[in-house]
Design a protein around this ligand. Structure first.
Ligand code: AMP
Ligand code: MG
Length: 421
């Protein structure tokens, strides 16, 4: 039996970063940029107003106060999206009414917000806005946004290898990029195996259970940025399983199966894998998830052999999710070109005793809460690997190392945070 780390390393040694492709920016959330992005424009493109107010010459406002306002003649108005008329300059004694985002007119070097003028009372008294009283001094450049203050033309803005999160998508849009080069998303086929399984759109006959794993696994694939494919259910016979595996391998970058890797009479996934390629390892020193299997399936495509990585997760719903987090998650992230493959974890005070009798690394489902600066981890009820709802209640997996005989309430444990990508 190998350790969790050895298993992860073995898997990752067979996983390659995928090719790049050009896609609309909104489809690239969480993907890795495959090109450097230089700006072809200044942002903002022109000096403009940061407030609704009056564009003025700072010099004209120097002595303004609420008890002794400066009166300026209003010679025009500029809305965002329009350009000032070139002949309308702010000359001494004048002002132009201006909206947020509108370009600064010639001659002006400061914006006085409406709040610092008598605009409201002037409107109420129907005096009209041919003049405006300035109630305080506007220093040069106040409320002026300068051309290129955010992004300068020709600067390197985003670098190859960066992950596209919402702000990066926004920056790409601000530069006028409708598409971008990214490392493509992996296509991951999910084949649940077992004669007891039935599709979720069918009535439930006696002795059968719904195929929940395929959906839980596919949801995890989506969550981490892959494209899931569900070719149906693999039955517990060699021929039936082989034909479903063929369907599953079609254009897949990774095949994930659930079930059929233990020592039962009908656990044939490993046997089929061994005949079709190479079993890299079977069994990992962990709980749940011990029978985890990894191998490479040879597939003939256009006369050439393509090796498709196959991760055989155990069938118990909790085991399949816990092993997914430890092994499928880093594989998917690596294919996406992501660099940091470590699941985020915290230190928490465990609230229950946990014993470790057989030297495996235990992943227990816990609900983590924070009181002050301290995290606390409470077991989410029964830890049987078939208790799917214990996973729903959990937001973390507390890790009990293989080399300890257990932990006591009050001990500090490491907890993987399931909610953190
Ligand atoms: P196995 O690893 O094939 O022996 O499966 C272990 C147990 O996990 C089975 O007895 C089922 O109760 C459960 N199981 C297996 N596959 C699924 C699945 N796709 N969806 C829900 N439960 C499953
Ligand atoms: Mg089975």
């Amino acid at each position: 039996m190998i350790s969790v780390e050895e298993a992860q390393e073995k898997i990752l040694s067979y996983i390659k970063i995928l090719e790049q492709e050009e896609k609309p920016i909104l489809e690239c959330l969480g993907q890795v940029l495959a090109e450097d992005i230089y700006s072809t424009i200044d942002i903002p493109p022109l000096d403009n107003s940061a407030m609704d107010g009056y564009a003025v010459r700072s010099e004209d406002t120097r002595v303004a106060s609420s008890s002794s306002p400066v009166i300026l003649s209003v010679i025009g108005e500029i809305a965002a999206g329009s350009m000032p008329e070139p002949e309308k300059r702010v000359n001494p004694g004048t002002a132009i009414r201006i909206m947020t985002g509108a370009p600064l007119p010639g001659g002006a070097n400061a914006i006085v917000p409406f709040e610092d003028t008598d605009e409201t009372s002037r409107r109420a008294s129907q005096d009209g806005l041919s003049q405006i009283a300035i109630l305080c001094e506007a220093k040069k450049d106040s409320n002026v946004r300068h051309r290129g203050e955010d992004i300068v033309k020709e600067a390197l803005i985003l670098e190859k290898g960066e992950v596209l999160s919402p702000p990066e998508i926004g920056v790409l849009a601000s530069l006028g990029h409708s598409t971008v080069q990214v490392i493509r998303r992996p296509i991951v086929s999910v084949l649940a195996t077992g004669d007891e399984l039935i599709d979720i759109d069918q009535p439930l006959p006696p002795g059968k259970i719904y195929n929940s794993n395929a959906y839980a696994i596919a949801a995890h694939i989506l969550y981490y940025g892959g494209i899931p494919r569900i070719p149906g259910i693999g039955r517990d016979s060699v021929d039936a399983l082989n034909s479903k595996i063929d369907e599953g391998l079609d254009s897949a970058d990774l095949l994930i199966t659930s079930g059929g890797v233990s020592l039962g009479d009908y656990d044939i996934v490993k046997e089929v894998l061994a005949k079709r390629g190479e079993v890299v390892f079977w069994t990992v020193r962990m709980k749940p998830g011990k029978p985890l299997t990894f191998g490479i399936i040879d597939r003939i495509e256009d006369g050439r052999v393509r090796g498709v990585p196959h991760l055989g997760l155990p069938g118990n719903p909790v085991s399949s999710m816990v092993t997914f987090e430890q092994f499928a998650r880093p594989a998917i992230l690596k294919m996406l070109g992501r660099k940091d493959l470590t699941k985020p974890s915290i230190q928490a005070v465990i609230q229950d005793d946990i014993t470790n009798t057989d030297g495996r690394r235990i992943f227990t489902r816990v609900a983590v809460t924070k009181h002050g600066s301290q995290y606390y981890a409470n077991l989410t009820g029964s830890q049987g690997s078939g208790i799917l709802t214990s996973m729903v209640k959990a937001n973390g997996l507390a890790i009990i190392p293989e080399n300890v005989e257990g932990v006591k309430r009050g001990d500090i444990v490491q907890v993987q945070v399931l909610d953190w990508m």
